[in-house]
Design a protein. Sequence first.
Length: 348
Amino acid sequence: MRTRHRILLSLALLGTPVVGVAQRRPDGQHDFDFEFGRWRVHLQRLVKPLSHSTTWITYDGTSTVRPVWGGLANLGELEVDGGGKHVEGLTLRVYDTKARQWRIHWANSADGALGTAMVGGFVNRRGEFFDQEDLDGRPIFVRFIFSGITATTFKFEQAFSDDAGKSWETNWIATFTKDNAPSAAMAAGSNRTDARDFAFEQGTWSMQRRSLEDPFVAGNWKESSGSRHIVQPVWAGRAALGELVVSPGPPATYAGSLLRTLDPSTKLWKLYWVDLATARVSAPMTGAFTSGRGEFYGQLDMGDVTALARIVYSDISATTFRTEQAWSLDGGATWTVYATDTFTRTSS
């Protein structure tokens, strides 16, 4: 009986509309506007969370946050030093306009992988965000809190719970102070040349697309133009964020962004599509450049079909390049091209 009751309850919850819950939340698309700009950071990190550890390490450095999609998303770069270590990270935050929730993803430059989305929002200028992750093989809850927000300072805390939220242990405390001077750490990083594969793409490009109306039906091609692709470097070129503008406006209309991050140990790039309509980040496509040609592979949901996917960068020059997207349903034995894009530089 207990099992049956659980099943019935689950079915009831699945059938419960959640639109009303979202409508009761305040519109939070400007919640993170306070953070745009450059900040000095003082950070304390607990060395071994949930292990009764009392050892903390202190870091100091800088954080720079810039708006994406006119503020419906934003990208933050963190660079700090402490305990004999240098840490570089990025935070990608995307606003879901339907759910009225923010989704926060973190990546460390050590491997370039985007983590699980932290989901939540702000009430009375206090932000709380939650997710579930694994720590040393056991499931835990994770919580972010943004508090003490003024024009010149704010506080951030991370905490873990291994008892389903009954208790929380704070393991990351950071205070941010507005910094109007250039960041020495960021300026030094801009001179690095350890990752140049996507350097050609920095700047603004016009985009000419040729694509199948239905990617699984051959012959019905359509062409479009007028879109812009704007690419900015992150981590001094070891990552990059491209914004796809489908209508220049004003106001500008965005489709989404392509975030590229480099894993320095494997020399492989990860390509994440960040969709504006759903505020979701796709699983990455992974690959590398050889002799000026980039090939990246992954798995994508295309309508009702899940297929292997490939994107190829080719014909790269100072003023133009080309991409080709294809799918495969036979393990890569054959590929069907369903979209090609030609990019022409309009500004550097």
